[in-house]
Design a protein around this ligand. Structure first.
Ligand code: SF4
Length: 181
């Protein structure tokens, strides 16, 4: 039987959700027996492939690269999962939204708060332009399920992935499985 094709992507987040994924420790060996990791920041694969079964999306959508990658992932994935509070609500990265559009955010960070040689980074094709607002994943592409937590604890990730691997509906229940933060 073909293994399930699993992907994980890292958008506007701190990588804490991926760190929590790695906290699955020895269960990762069980997981590896059932899935092929076809795209992830923890695997050196440059292009998001076609025909992905499950994708965990960490982070909010904060810049144009995030938007392009999540749209590509949505088009090439059966089950897209908002992985962690930044993906589900935009969370910490959205704290810049009250400053308004991208311009005042860049000026605040790189000019007003800079120490020496202040300048706004600008290198088309290398530095991705910020979007004016940080958005949760489901606001820009359809999402199939939500896995909350900042980060989601490893046992919650395992419960969720076990349900996904069994092909069960992805509905977490109970305070310990659902709470944010
Ligand atoms: S949900 Fe929390 S741990 Fe995950 S990327 Fe956001 S800030 Fe980091």
């Amino acid at each position: 039987m073909d293994k399930i094709k699993l992907a994980t992507i890292w958008l506007g987040g701190c990588s804490g959700c991926h760190m929590s994924f790695l906290d699955l420790d020895e269960w990762l060996f069980d997981l590896a027996a059932q899935v092929d990791l076809v795209f992830s920041p923890i695997a050196d694969i440059k292009t998001y492939p076609e025909g992905v079964d499950i994708c965990l999306v960490e982070g909010s959508i904060a810049n144009e690269d995030n938007l392009e990658l999540v749209r590509q992932a949505r088009a090439r994935t059966k089950v897209l999962i908002s992985f962690g509070d930044c993906a589900v609500t935009a969370n910490v990265p959205a704290m810049r939204n009250p400053l308004g559009s991208a311009k005042p955010v860049l000026e605040r960070c790189y000019l007003e708060l800079g120490d020496v040689q202040t300048q706004i980074p600008h290198e088309p094709g290398i530095v991705p332009p910020l979007l004016d607002r940080v958005r949760p994943v489901h606001e820009l592409v359809p999402v199939d399920a939500y896995l909350p937590g900042c980060p989601p604890p490893a046992d919650r990730i395992r419960t969720f992935l076990e349900m996904a691997l069994r092909g069960e509906p992805l509905h977490l229940k109970g305070r310990e499985m659902l709470k944010f933060g």
